[in-house]
Ligand binder design. Structure first.
Ligand SMILES: NC(=O)c1ccc[n+]([C@@H]2O[C@H](COP(=O)([O-])OP(=O)(O)OC[C@H]3O[C@@H](n4cnc5c(N)ncnc54)[C@H](O)[C@@H]3O)[C@@H](O)[C@H]2O)c1
Ligand SMILES: [Zn+2]
Length: 354
């Protein structure tokens, strides 16, 4: 199955093995490497290991989880490439979620000043977001994605079979980014996402929805690769979302990124109503739908100031000005809408009383 409307090399192959065999023909036999992590080695690699050529490729298995997105693991990947004689004509195949594709994309984009890499994203979040768009990086000095590059993978291969093992929470987390795509760019996509049954997870239906989300993400990436302007649309839900994410972490009730984004979307829908006249009925309807899926991280009025503070620390803002991407209606957006403390408190109060 192919999606000709996709503008860069993102594929939804019927046979991932055949596509990889074809890809390998473009590289010297001993110059292709694979990186997996503990979970994807156990749960995803077996889908490819039946192919003896693939299974013979030198393979590095790194640690799982966000804490592996570190300088230590980065060095491990560089060391592996160096020990195995990788050069600028070599290829790394990244098999994993966003942690792995970010880290290994960074490793590949810096090794010998840049070598080829392809992503095989294995979580919904990485399929609709992390593996597409060319942002790579690692966490450093306590900050997320502090060091990184813009580097595009040669190809991205998306296979929904991998999603069978990732569990409800991780699937829902990725789904929130898709909801965001619909809200900023495509009202039909949003409506179809609303109809999608997350409990049944029909993978064929999901494949089509993923493809539409990828097209939306690509639209912004292609038109603004280094996030100087309209790519900021993709930040919808994220200014408030990152604040929820950090605050939950501080309170030792960590929440997955997509869950925080969903709550951030609610706050920013309210601000969209206040600043851009998004219909109040839409704000309420979408908020109730999202809480139904993601549950509610309870806050009270004492939490407003620390949440606001976290928003001002968002690295995309200078000083105390808080710039949001907001939507005047579903499927449209405006960037750099400046909101003040009172408006943000009001939005948090709307969320609190839902
Ligand atoms: N580059 C970008 O544009 C971009 C965009 C969004 C997020 N990100 C990054 O992506 C990361 C989050 O992505 P993620 O949620 O995929 O994280 P992740 O890679 O840590 O995966 C989440 C969990 O799922 C497991 N897993 C992966 N595939 C699996 C499978 N098929 N079956 C069972 N378990 C599986 C992982 O081992 C991990 O425990 C963050 O580091 C974030 O910064 C990057
Ligand atoms: Zn996000």
């Amino acid at each position: 199955m192919s999606f000709p409307h996709l503008q860069s090399e993102v594929y939804f192959p019927d046979s991932l093995i055949e596509s990889l065999e074809e890809l390998l023909q473009g590289y010297p036999e001993d110059k292709v490497f694979v990186v997996t992590e503990n979970n994807t080695e156990r749960l995803c690699w077996p889908l490819l290991a039946s192919n003896s050529v693939l299974n013979k490729l030198p393979r590095l298995v790194i640690g799982t989880g966000e804490e592996s997105k570190s300088t230590d693991t980065l060095i491990q990947v560089w060391q592996f490439l160096s020990d195995n004689g990788a050069d600028r004509k070599s290829l790394v195949i990244n098999v994993g979620g966003g942690m792995l594709t970010d880290l290994c994309g960074f490793a590949a984009s810096t090794y010998k000043r840049g070598m080829h890499f392809v992503n095989i994203p294995t979580t919904l979040l990485s399929q609709v977001d992390a593996s597409v768009g060319g942002k790579t990086g690692i966490n450093f000095n306590g900050f997320k994605n502090e060091v990184g590059t813009f580097a595009l993978p040669q190809k991205v291969y998306i296979n929904t079979e991998f999603l069978k093992t990732i569990g409800e929470e991780n699937n829902k987390s990725g789904f929130a980014e898709m909801v965001k795509h619909g809200l900023i760019w495509d009202a039909n996509h949003f409506e179809d996402l609303k109809k999608f049954d997350l409990d049944k997870m029909n993978l064929n239906e999901l494949k089509d929805l993923i493809a539409r989300s990828v097209v939306i993400k690509e639209h912004f990436v292609l038109n603004d690769p280094t996030e100087k302007g309209i790519r900021k649309a993709l930040n919808f839900g994220h200014t408030a979302g990152h604040a929820f994410e950090s605050y939950a972490m501080k309170k030792q009730k960590p929440m997955l990124h997509g869950y925080a984004v969903a709550l951030g979307v609610i706050v920013e829908l309210y601000l969209s109503c206040r600043k851009l006249n998004l219909k109040e009925t839409i704000v309420k309807e979408v908020a109730v739908w999202l809480i139904d899926i993601y549950g509610k991280f309870e806050i009270d009025t004492d939490d407003f100031q620390p949440l606001y503070q976290l928003m001002t620390h968002d690295k995309k803002n200078e000083g105390k000005r808080i710039n949001f991407t907001l939507i005047p209606e579903i499927g449209k957006f405006e960037i750099d809408i400046n909101c003040g403390r009172e408006e943000i408190f009001e939005a948090l109060d709307f969320y609190r009383t839902l």
